[in-house]
Design a protein around this ligand. Structure first.
Ligand code: SAM
Length: 334
């Protein structure tokens, strides 16, 4: 459909879009267009902003610009360095930024909020900082909070992206593991965070109990809230070190070990805590060429505990670098 439109150089697109919204003259029922140089905003009346006004054809659609990169107010030479993806946790987007574009974090955040209806806060992620695997995050746009409610597979998780680890990218993996649990099993989640594996298992598989250990007090207190939110009773949260805590628990049918940089340090403790033929879901970030070596090491440790390791399944859960993957290994110890 034909409409008047304001022709705006890409670098100025986001502040102008906000101005048009404030004045109520941006035609939201039409789709914003862009080409290499300009963004074309369909408008309901003329406005003097020192910018050209033309008449052009626009698609009538509920579809909006969804790629935030179209709207970011940033020098053109830096556009290729804009992050192409980010994690979405509830109403929060967590974005890693290259050093060159980090000074434009606020503009990146504003453009994400403008293009994604569900996002209310954007945090810049400067990496994992401590033993708790928490992230060094800073709110750069939107509501000043690091707390949100994240929904996955019909469950809801209270998360604080600054205080405890949570990865939405593991949702499918949690489903794969939960589907293997049989009714009545004793399950231990050695590094449970805010409880996503434990709660999914408890909610969907009727285990006898899931012991969910974490050393981070904030993770345990969020987990307790998540148990209540999801009306789950068969999870026992335990604050403490996994090695010390697992030694005092009843023997397990299944143990989850999601501590990808250090899990190998804890594998003997896990094997000792397993019933005969119990299964460990083991996660590690590995060079592809080192996977065989790691499996041999675990098999040797098992022999030291008079057990035999059988590899039931292996999954490349996510890619970490061109030669490294986050591996998920289902290992049985007979
Ligand atoms: C990668 S996160 C995994 C969290 C959870 N499994 C998930 O999928 O969201 C690892 C967790 O292990 C916890 N952790 C680190 N060292 C630990 C230890 N020695 N004993 C118990 N928990 C530990 C951290 O606090 C963190 O919450």
């Amino acid at each position: 459909m034909e409409s008047l439109c304001l022709v705006v150089p890409k670098m100025r697109a986001e502040p102008i879009r906000r101005k048009l919204m404030e004045k109520g003259i941006l035609r939201k029922e039409l789709q914003i267009r862009s080409d290499k140089k300009n963004v074309y905003f369909p408008i309901s009346q003329r406005i003097d902003l020192g910018l050209p006004i033309e008449t052009a054809d626009f698609k009538e659609s509920e579809e909006q610009v969804t790629d935030y990169r179209v709207l970011v107010d940033i020098p053109d030479e830096l556009r290729p360095l804009l992050p192409s993806s980010y994690d979405t946790l509830g109403t929060i987007a967590v974005v890693k930024m290259a050093d060159e574009v980090a000074p434009f974090a606020k503009q990146i955040g504003q453009a994400i909020i403008a293009t994604q209806k569900s996002i209310k806060t954007v945090c810049q992620d400067a990496g994992v900082i401590d033993q708790f695997r928490t992230r060094n995050v800073k709110v750069v746009a939107g509501e000043k909070t690091t707390e949100t409610l994240h929904r996955e597979y019909g469950m809801v998780f209270k998360i604080d992206v600054a205080k405890a680890f949570f990865s939405p990218r593991l949702a499918t993996e949690r489903d794969i593991v939960a589907n293997q649990v049989k009714p009545g099993e004793v399950v231990v989640d050695m590094f449970s965070g805010v409880g996503p594996f434990a709660i999914m298992i408890a909610k969907t598989r009727q285990p006898k109990v899931v012991y969910a250990i974490d050393v981070n007090p904030d993770a345990i207190s969020l987990m307790k809230e998540n148990l209540a939110l999801n009306k789950v009773a068969s999870v026992t949260p335990i604050l403490g070190d996994a090695r010390a805590e697992i030694a005092g628990l009843e023997k397990a049918d299944r143990i989850i070990m999601n501590l990808p940089h250090q899990a190998s340090d804890f594998i003997s403790d896990a094997i000792r805590a397993l019933k005969p033929s119990g299964v460990v879901h083991y996660y590690e970030i590995l060079e592809d060429s080192k996977l065989g070596e790691r499996l041999d090491m675990i098999a040797n440790l098992a022999r030291g505990e008079s057990r035999v390791m059988k590899e039931l399944a292996r999954r490349k859960v996510k890619s970490y670098s061109p030669t490294m993957n986050f591996y998920g290994l289902d290992l049985q110890f007979v």
